[in-house]
Design a protein around this ligand. Sequence first.
Ligand code: 5GP
Length: 176
Amino acid sequence: MLKKKEILFSKEEIDNAVENIARKVSEEYSGGELLIVGVLKGAFIFMSDLIRKVHGVDIIVDFVILRSYGSSTTSSGEVEVVKDLHGPVEGRDILVVEDIVDTGVTLKFFKDQLLRRGPKSVKICALLDKRARREVEIDVDYVGLLMDDGFVVGYGLDCDENYRNLPEIWVLEEEE
Ligand code: 5GP
């Protein structure tokens, strides 16, 4: 059983990170149209905060649910699309919004899938990046906060569906 250990990122740190990404996205896609694809469930709070901070871009939203096999705290390398996009991808600028990149397997799989459908561009944005744990090569174009190893919850991220509503990001630890 895992329990909350300590706050890793405060509300203010998260807010600044989201603001930074939003500024870059607003600059990059200024005057254009952007399809923002949220990876459920973990990215739902991050995405809702992010899109309200992006200005001067016409935004369309869509969502996918991806399942990577493994235990509740590690992924095994196999990914399945549980819920696909609702709308078309062809010719669109796409920004994939993910909560956290760990091994990179989930995002590599999904980006490759999107690229086969003829979009104009695909970029990736992640609130958290466990860069040292990367197992496959994947460019994360916009990163909010870098972190070391450790399992985190809060601000949309869960452990067995718990803790998503915490306003901060917490590290979990084994209960004695
Ligand atoms: P990857 O395919 O990059 O190894 O794993 C990405 C997915 O694993 C994330 O979308 C998330 O669902 C899950 N994940 C990886 N690390 C963490 C973590 O520290 N906390 C939570 N809640 N999920 C994580």
